[in-house]
Design a protein around this ligand. Structure first.
Ligand code: NCD
Length: 305
C-alpha cells in the first residue's frame, strides 16, 4: 500500500507515468468513466478548501466512484476532541482511499501510520501540498512538453506557502531549472529548503525583493497569496499583504511566452484584468488538478485502464 505524504514519495518515473495517464484521461475521458466503480474516496478536510476538495471529488465521480467526508473540522468529531488517529481508524472502515487536509504539519503522515487504506496529503499546515505540485507539474509539462531547462520565479509568501515548498522539492530533481525567489525579507523561503534542497544539490537560485527586476528572465511566474491564517499577528499580515500585486503594467517587461501560475485562491495579488492575458494559466491549472488527481487515485488504488 502506498501513501502520498511528500512529493518526493514519488520517483521521477512515477511522476512521468502520472502525467502520461493524465494526458490519456484528457484525450479519452470515456475510457475512465467506470474505472473506480464501487470504490469510495473520503475527503477529510480539517481546513478550508474549494479546489483541492472539489477536484478530488470530481475526479472520483468522473471515474464512477463515490465520495464521502467532511469539509470542516467543526462538523466532525474532532470538535468533540477525537484524535486524528481515531478518525482515520474509523474512516478506513468505510472508504478505499482518503484525501486529508489538516492545519497541523505532519498530521497526514501521522494518519498514514495507522491507516489501512492509502492516505493522500491534501495540504498540511505551512508544510507541503504534493497534489498541488502534481497539478503544477502537469501544467508546466503541458506548456513545454517536458520538465527541464527553464527559469521559474516564485513570488509572494514563500515562508508559509506550502505549494511553493512542495513544488521547489519536486523541481529540484529535474535538470536545468533556475529558481528565482521573490518575497519580502520576512516571507523568504524556509532555510531548510535553501540548505537541504537547493544548496545541497548545487542548484542555481537567487533571492530578491523586486518582482520588476526578476520579471524579464522568467519562463514561469508562480504567484502566491500571503497566508493570513499562518501569521502570528494581524499587524504583520496587514503590513505585508499588498507587497506584490501583478497587473498588466507589470507584465510589459515579461516574455511573451511566460506562463503565469497561481495555486489559487487569489486575494488581490493578481488583478482581474490579468485574467484575459494569454499568459494567464491559473484556471487551466485548476482543471489540470482534476485530471492529475484522477491519475493519482488510479495509481494508489492499483487500477490500470
Ligand atoms: C493552496 C493551499 O491550500 O495551500 N490552495 C490550493 O490548494 N490550491 C494555496 C493557498 O491556500 O494559498
Amino acid at each position: 500500500m502506498r501513501h502520498l505524504i511528500n512529493i518526493t514519495d514519488l520517483s521521477i518515473e512515477e511522476i512521468d507515468e502520472l502525467i502520461a495517464v493524465a494526458e490519456d484521461i484528457i484525450a479519452h475521458p470515456e475510457k475512465y468513466q467506470e474505472a473506480c466503480k464501487h470504490k469510495i474516496l473520503a475527503t477529510l478536510f480539517f481546513e478550508p478548501s474549494t479546489r483541492t476538495r472539489l477536484s478530488f471529488e470530481a475526479a472520483m465521480q468522473r471515474m464512477g466512484g463515490s465520495v464521502l467526508g467532511f469539509s470542516a473540522a467543526n462538523s466532525s468529531s474532532a470538535a468533540k476532541g477525537e484524535t486524528v488517529s481515531d478518525t482515520i481508524s474509523t474512516v478506513c472502515r468505510y472508504a478505499d482511499i482518503i484525501a486529508m487536509r489538516h492545519p497541523k504539519e505532519g498530521a497526514p503522515y501521522a494518519a498514514s501510520r495507522t491507516a489501512t487504506v492509502p492516505i493522500i496529503n491534501a495540504g498540511d499546515g505551512g508544510h507541503n501540498h504534493p497534489t498541488q505540485t502534481l497539478t503544477d507539474l502537469l501544467t508546466i509539462h503541458r506548456e513545454r512538453g517536458n520538465l527541464e531547462n527553464f527559469t521559474i520565479g516564485f513570488c509572494g509568501d514563500l515562508k508559509f506557502g506550502r505549494t511553493v515548498h512542495s513544488l521547489v522539492s519536486a523541481l529540484a530533481r529535474y535538470t536545468g531549472i533556475k529558481f528565482v525567489f521573490i518575497s519580502p525579507e520576512e516571507l523568504k523561503l524556509p532555510k531548510y529548503l535553501i540548505d537541504n534542497t537547493l544548496k545541497a544539490n548545487n542548484l542555481p537560485y537567487t533571492e530578491t525583493t523586486s518582482l520588476e527586476e526578476a520579471m524579464p528572465e522568467l519562463d514561469f511566474l508562480y504567484m502566491t497569496r500571503v497566508q493570513r491564517e499562518r501569521f502570528f499577528n494581524e499587524a504583520d499580515y496587514v503590513r505585508l499583504k499588498d507587497t506584490y500585486i501583478l497587473s498588466p503594467e507589470k507584465l510589459v517587461t515579461a516574455k511573451p511566452t511566460m506562463a503565469i501560475l497561481h495555486p489559487l485562491p487569489r486575494v488581490n495579488e493578481i488583478t482581474v484584468d490579468v485574467d484575459s492575458d494569454p499568459r494567464a494559466r491559473y484556471f487551466d491549472q485548476v482543471e489540470n488538478g482534476k485530471f492529475i488527481r484522477m491519475a493519482l487515485i488510479l495509481k494508489l488504488l492499483g487500477i490500470t485502464v
